[in-house]
Design a protein around this ligand. Structure first.
Ligand code: COA
Length: 415
């Protein structure tokens, strides 16, 4: 079967997480992704958080599937010449070096555009233009500067980072969309362009609802669906909302049977207005259906804490899976808190290719997260990540280098 991005060649100059997640997606959609790494060490994540001595880490293998790897010293003049040949023959260059690194290497946008006017140059940086544009950035810096940390956690606690890698993988997703959009525009203009996604901007985009709330707060001084209402105080900035729902339907995390010993015996419960009658019936509070304190969504807002406490008395008598089954039979939206262990053991996620088992020549079999985006006419087959420099000879030969030239480059430690 053909793949959506068949024929697209990517010069993958990315490392760590944000850039590699982007190019991995493009590889899953069929692009030929050639990862350029420094000889000897390669992407720093190959050696980080290792669980098997001598084997590429899960950090690396799970972010670099379906790619080819070449080693190249791009600061050496002969290495630069190889990179120039690659620039001339690739469609997209993706990088997430610290600000200025590509320029210092001699590959400014102007130079790349001169070598290949059709090339799309896509970059992740921590910040866009402004006071912090020259700063190096990792995941949690982006979560803190993009509005996520100040709005996550409990009202009486410190700001909190989330487990979801919204700064790195979230920015990789944004960048991937920018790249395919630029490829589409190139079909009509024939020109490449720069694509920039900053980690702060990407996190902020994912925190859009909090900017909504900031303006509501400024106008009304209160947000009735937040746990601070009605007894707490609102300041002048959007506060941390605990586990309150981010939308118009109130929600909370409630204990289920076994919560005393199992840290994940909880369920997210949404008191959706449309099914209020069913909720009351399930928890044995039929009188609330017509009671003036509870009948209408607005009446319930000042009483949410006690309503959820009452629902919790019911959820505590069920396991999270029993509660899920019962509530869903009444169309009441809810979700069990699934541990990563439970998720990786879920057969339905394996059946759809969302959780995949991959074989690696050094580490053996391991689990990975497959492509979350399913295209009916471009199926994803997840293949293992490349060993460092595994495809150096193959790629150089494709670029027209003879065996003798390749041997010379190796002798001079350029590759
Ligand atoms: N050959 C020769 N030199 C190479 C090379 C190669 N194949 N690949 C990289 N290098 C050089 C770079 O040119 C740079 O050299 P310079 O500093 O002398 O200009 C050097 O390696 C280090 O690159 P850098 O990106 O600065 O790595 P770092 O480890 O110091 O910083 C980050 C890592 C992630 C903090 C930084 O890359 C960054 O802020 N990136 C943008 C934001 C981002 O993506 N962050 C999230 C990462 S998950």
């Amino acid at each position: 079967m053909s793949k959506a991005l068949d024929g697209v060649r990517i010069l993958d100059f990315t490392h760590v997480q944000s850039g590699p997640t982007c190019t991995q997606l493009l590889a899953w959609f069929g692009a030929d992704v050639i990862k350029v790494e420094r000889a000897g060490e390669g992407d720093a994540t190959r050696g980080q958080l290792r669980d098997i001595p001598g084997a590429d880490s899960l950090y690396f293998t799970m972010l670099n599937h379906n790619k080819r790897s070449i080693t190249l010293d791009t600061k050496n003049p002969k290495g630069k010449a190889v990179l120039e040949t690659m620039i001339k023959t690739c469609d997209v260059l993706v990088e997430n070096f610290a600000p200025g690194a590509l320029d210092r290497m001699g590959f400014t946008w102007e130079r790349i555009n001169e070598l290949n006017p059709r090339m799309i140059v896509a970059s992740v940086k921590g910040f866009g233009p402004g006071p912090y544009q020259d700063c190096k950035v990792y995941e949690n810096v982006a979560q803190c500067t993009g509005g996520s940390a100040s709005t996550t956690g409990f009202e009486d606690g410190t700001p909190m980072v989330t487990g979801a890698q919204i700064g790195d993988s979230g920015t990789g997703l944004h960048l991937a969309l920018g790249i395919v959009t630029a490829l589409y525009q190139r079909n009509s203009t024939g020109r490449g362009q720069k694509v920039n996604a900053s980690m702060q901007d990407s996190v902020l985009n994912l925190c859009r609802v909090k900017v909504r709330d900031q303006q509501r707060l400024a106008r009304t001084g209160v947000m009735e669906e937040y746990p601070q209402y009605p007894n707490g105080k609102f300041g002048d900035a959007v506060p941390r909302a605990g586990n309150a729902s981010g939308g118009g339907q109130p929600g909370s995390i409630l204990k289920c049977k076994g919560w005393e010993t199992d840290p994940n015996a909880y369920i997210y419960f949404i008191a959706q207005a449309a099914v209020w009658g069913s909720i009351c019936k399930v928890i044995g509070k039929e009188e609330w259906i017509t009671h003036p304190d509870y009948a209408k969504p607005r009446d319930r807002l000042p009483r949410l804490a006690s309503i959820f406490a009452t629902v919790e008395e019911w959820t505590k008598t069920k396991t999270k899976f029993e509660a899920m089954d019962i509530l869903n039979s009444f169309d009441i939206p809810c979700g069990p808190i699934l541990s990563i262990k439970e998720i990786t053991e879920d057969q339905s996620l394996r059946d759809t290719g969302t959780i995949v088992e991959v074989d690696h020549p050094v580490r053996g079999k391991y689990l990975s997260v497959g492509n979350p985006i399913k295209l009916s006419d471009s199926k994803t087959e997840v293949t293992r990540s490349p060993l460092l420099g595994e495809h150096t000879e193959e790629v150089l030969a494709q670029l027209g280098y003879s065996a003798e030239q390749i041997a010379d480059l190796r002798a001079e430690k350029v590759i």
